[in-house]
Design a protein around this ligand. Structure first.
Ligand SMILES: C[S@@+](CC[C@H](N)C(=O)[O-])C[C@H]1O[C@@H](n2cnc3c(N)ncnc32)[C@H](O)[C@@H]1O
Length: 254
């Protein structure tokens, strides 16, 4: 477990949230770094691979956003570079799917508890994005991936998949893949994680299955990247029967 997650568990989330929202300059500090759980070397990789796709069509999506730290960093990076792309930040905003968590625990792939990543909420990230002035770029999409991803009406040039478990990682990668433009990239967290060993299984399975459509892939210092073949035909429009939903509203709630 990262030390940031450990410290966060010691402070009640209501106190932490109101402290940060009252003093938003704290988000910018090196120690808080917008509350991302991804370490600095991973964030450098995230930004340098983002630079490689800026000229491509399509938006950015993060699957597993928690407190939207990485999404905010991506939004700031896009703005600094002068690119007007949206960043879809997808999460239940209430933690893991507990059935999936049970399966991962039963397979000995994690020892995570039911309360992991439950300190966030849709209301908190909305308030945070507004305080940081990126609510016009980052679009929080609330719900479990199976109920949200296929309804987002967008193509992508870049995806960050950081949702820890084998099945969710595979589901996200396979759902995003047809909407990823040629030359687009997916970055995965947790390939070498001892706490979430299902991640590597999901990523390996994905890379093996889609080998013919992958131009380059491999483990960086922290993240794992996959680049789609540049000549891949432009993604199709939304598939029949999958009505696009404009965001907001929240979906998958209630
Ligand atoms: C490691 S955290 C994400 C950290 C974030 N990327 C960052 O930069 O700090 C993993 C997140 O994935 C979310 N998650 C995992 N499985 C999910 C699923 N099936 N549907 C929606 N969210 C899920 C959890 O709620 C959790 O917030």
């Amino acid at each position: 477990m990262g030390w940031k997650i450990f410290v966060k568990r010691l402070i009640p989330s209501s106190i932490l949230n109101s402290l940060l929202l009252t003093f938003p300059f704290l988000y910018h500090t090196k120690i808080v770094n917008f509350e991302t759980n991804i370490p600095p070397n991973g964030i450098r990789e995230l930004c340098s691979h983002l630079d490689m796709v800026l000229e491509l069509e399509g938006n950015v999506i993060e699957c597993g956003s928690s407190r939207c730290g990485a999404s905010v960093i991506i939004a700031n990076h896009l703005r600094a570079r002068g690119y007007a792309k949206s960043v879809y930040a997808c999460d239940s905003f209430e933690g893991f799917d507990l059935d999936e968590l049970k399966r991962e625990r039963a397979s000995g792939l994690t020892i995570a508890s039911d309360t992991f990543f439950t300190s966030t909420s849709y209301q908190y990230v909305q308030a945070k994005l507004a305080k940081l002035g990126v609510d016009d770029v980052v679009v929080p999409v609330k719900g479990f991936f199976e109920t949200t991803l296929s309804h987002i009406d967008s193509d992508y040039c870049y995806a960050l998949i950081d949702c820890d478990f084998r099945d969710s990682i595979l589901y996200c990668a396979e759902t995003i893949w047809p909407r990823l433009v040629g030359g687009g990239r997916i970055l995965f967290d947790d390939y070498t994680s001892a706490d979430f060993q299902g991640a590597r299984l999901g990523i390996d399975h994905f890379v093996e299955t889609y080998a013919d459509e992958i131009e380059e892939h491999g483990l960086l210092d922290h993240l794992y990247f996959v680049k789609k073949v540049t000549t891949y035909p432009h993604p199709a429009s939304p598939r029949l029967g999958e009505e696009p939903i404009q965001f907001p509203p929240q979906i998958g709630e209630g």
